[in-house]
Write a protein of this length. Structure first.
Lengths: 295, 412
């Protein structure tokens, strides 16, 4: 970077550098500092207040022997797979359909994007009512005559996580659709014309030409979906608060409950460190491939 | 921490110097009493405190203690303490006291002769750390009650049970009449509390103390506790159709006769009162589930964070005295459905159920409660276990007992 003929690279664009100091400080102190602090204290037996009394990996042994944590991880994996696959597929399909130069496109786009304007808490409450067997979908269908119809995912331990995923998809797919639509609009008209001249069917054009060209959009979308998966908390709290029993618990809720309800900071920190680690396992190899290659 | 104590001491001396005219001081009091009966009771405390020329600023936090406590604790540790705050006396605020964030009330206690008036003595012991008193117990809340709906049993055509075993036997008849035999709300603390009650009732006082006080894991895995798990298995079968979350919704099922009974602390009584029901006529209570008539001395207490403001510190002392005042004690506890912490108050206005409780208290049949014996960490793990046990029929009694014994083995 620095070449000797330049006066002093440190003072180049001084205004911009001064202006970014607050953000750099925030990033270093709050994010990096907070993370390191959390990891450090996860090796202690801190209870209500943080104390530097090291106990090695005890908190981690306990964490991985706790049924609730294992259920949380399992739920996160199911929820993650569902929201990743379905929001990408449904989002892309909707975007491709909207891209067919249909009438009232604006209206449809608004309708599909609308749920995204609601917070997870509101979404959760709405779907809690819809899925409640006593006054939701099940009740309506039974009133129509199908009296043996049963649909109560939130009250059934083995499928409750799917009930939560439905709400998440309803809320999040609209945004994915918009991102995809923007990506589709970024494809040059000439590509389509060339494909048509060559006689390639439309689905093949999408699959083998358009999608590979939309790579940057897909990466952005993946990051947005993935961060939403790891941090899922409020949706569960609003819909089931972890129930029935502990069947719909998620890692973020475990962290919160053990830090604040159980007054066991060490255990909560250990769980949040595991969450960080799982994100790092996904991000690091990807970042290495993505950015390392160019050097 | 020493610095904080020093400032508090300075503040207290300053307060004495300015104590001339009694100016109205606002004191924020946080608590989680938000259901109908609870709100009526806390209004009595506010009235009594306002009568002293100060002003009670109500800081009610909705959503039960589990939601409220983290908020209170983060306010205290974060340097924005309230004037006074509710906790269950016992170990919930232990670390806050050790960190010097709570005010030492020994002087007020000596002046008010608390050691003589508060009974049973174990209440004040729970407030005492290293010989100093840090909290004011305001009531005794015992979990050991089975609330029965007379109407539901009439409808099912079975006689009112006299104990837990008869209740279990009556369950099929209730179910046939379309009544949920036992209402257990979905929140974790409710199923966990119900188990503790069964442990004290079916297992007996000794079993309860061996498990939670001595933390004897071998005993917890043994045949006596297996009996308790068998009873808990009955309970979860009887409760499987309860589709409500909050405890007062579950109590409401009993009030309206949609459920036969509920294992819940005496705070449920406030709900029966608000609904205009009479003990003995509309509903029946069985202390200790009719098997082992004991009362646990859990309950609520007020803690006073160390404050810098001299006027407020003075007002804290006034509030501490007001809370234990015989008149306040009677007014508050009648509304709350709990038992007063003083033995020398007149409770002729008490109803059937409260009188049963007072009689047990007078006999001295008391046990400490889990809030006093176990850390919050252990309590939470226990809640997770029983929330799962009550919601998941596939979790067998044996597997659950094994996990329970492991949990007791690592408890603190």
């Amino acid at each position: 970077m620095s070449k000797s003929e330049r006066p002093n690279p440190l003072f180049r664009n001084l205004n911009a550098k001064v202006a970014s100091i607050p953000m750099i400080l925030t990033a270093m102190v709050v994010f990096v500092g907070g993370t390191l602090w959390t990891v450090l204290y996860s090796f202690t037996n801190s209870k209500l207040l943080p104390r530097l009394n090291f106990v090695g990996l005890d908190q981690y042994y306990r964490l991985w022997a706790t049924p609730r944590w294992l259920i949380s991880i399992e739920n996160l994996l199911i929820y993650g797979a569902i929201s990743l696959v379905f929001s990408l597929v449904i989002g892309f399909l909707l975007a491709a359909l909207l891209d067919q130069k249909i009438r009232f496109e604006d209206t449809f786009r608004t309708i599909f994007l609308y749920p995204f304007a609601l917070s997870f808490i509101v979404t959760g409450l709405v779907w809690q009512w819809l899925l409640n067997p006593d006054f939701g979908i099940q009740h309506v269908v039974r009133d129509l005559g199908w009296t043996s119809f049963s649909f109560d995912p939130l009250y059934n331990s083995s499928i409750v996580i799917y009930g939560i995923s439905i709400a998440a998809l309803w809320q999040g797919t609209g945004l994915i659709m918009c991102l995809m639509l923007a990506g589709l609009r970024g494809i040059d008209e000439d590509i389509w014309k060339a494909a048509r001249v060559d006689g390639i069917p439309m689905w093949k054009t999408y699959l083998f030409i358009v999608i590979p060209m939309m790579r940057p959009v897909f990466i952005t979308t993946l990051v947005i979906i993935a961060s939403g998966i790891v941090k899922v908390y409020d949706l569960v709290v609003a819909q089931t608060s972890g129930g029935p029993g502990i069947a719909s618990e998620v890692p973020a809720k475990y962290v919160y409950d053990y830090m604040f309800f159980a007054q066991n900071l060490g255990q909560g920190f250990a769980a949040s460190t595991m969450m960080l680690l799982s994100v790092a396992i996904v991000i690091v190899p990807w970042a290495y491939l993505e950015f390392g290659r160019r050097k | 921490m020493r610095y904080r104590l020093l400032t508090a001491a300075l503040a207290a001396t300053a307060a004495l110097q300015f104590a001339g005219p009694a100016a109205a001081t606002d004191l924020e009091v946080t608590h989680w009493w938000t259901s109908g009966g609870e709100a009526a009771a806390v209004a009595e405390l506010a009235k009594a405190f306002d009568a002293t020329g100060n002003h009670w600023v109500d800081g009610a936090i909705a959503g039960s203690g589990g939601t409220a406590r983290p908020i209170m604790i983060s306010r205290i540790t974060g340097g924005d303490p309230m004037g006074a705050t509710q906790f269950n006396h016992g170990r919930q605020a232990e670390e806050l006291v050790q960190a010097g964030l709570m005010r030492d009330l020994t002087d007020v206690a000596t002046k008010g002769k608390w050691t003589e008036v508060v009974r049973p003595k174990s209440l004040l012991d729970s407030c005492t750390i290293d010989g100093k008193i840090y909290c004011v117990p305001v009531n005794i809340h015992s979990w050991q009650w089975l609330w029965l709906s007379n109407e539901a049993f009439e409808k099912a055509g079975v006689p009112l049970p006299k104990d837990w075993n008869e209740f279990v036997a009556a369950a099929p008849a209730l179910e046939k009449a379309g009544i949920i035999p036992l209402a257990v709300g979905g929140q974790a603390w409710q199923s966990s509390g119900a188990f503790d009650v069964l442990l004290a009732a079916v297992g007996g006082t000794d079993a309860f103390l061996k498990v939670y006080k001595d933390k004897d894991a071998t005993f917890a895995a043994g045949p006596e506790v297996a009996k308790v798990f068998k009873a808990a298995d009955d309970a979860r079968k009887m409760a499987k159709n309860t589709n409500v979350q909050d405890w007062n919704q579950a109590t409401n099922l009993v009030i309206t006769g949609k459920a036969g009974g509920q294992i819940m602390g005496d705070w449920a009584q406030g709900e029966f009162q608000v609904a205009g029901k009479t003990a003995g006529k509309d509903y029946t209570c069985l202390p200790g589930l009719g098997l082992n008539e004991v009362i646990a001395t859990g309950g609520d207490a007020f803690y006073f964070p160390v404050l810098k403001d001299a006027d407020k510190s003075k007002a804290q002392e006034v509030l501490a005295e007001t809370l234990l005042d015989p008149k306040t004690q009677v007014a508050f506890n009648l509304k709350k459905g709990s038992l007063p912490v003083r033995g020398d108050v007149d409770l002729n206005a008490a109803n059937d159920c409260m009188k049963k409780g007072l009689a047990i208290l007078a006999k001295g049949a008391v046990i400490p409660w889990t809030d006093q014996l176990l850390s919050q960490d252990t309590q939470k793990q226990k809640e997770d276990l029983f929330a799962e046990f009550f919601a998941k029929p596939e979790l067998t009694v044996e597997a659950a007992q094994k996990r329970f014994a492991d949990l007791i083995g690592s408890a603190d």
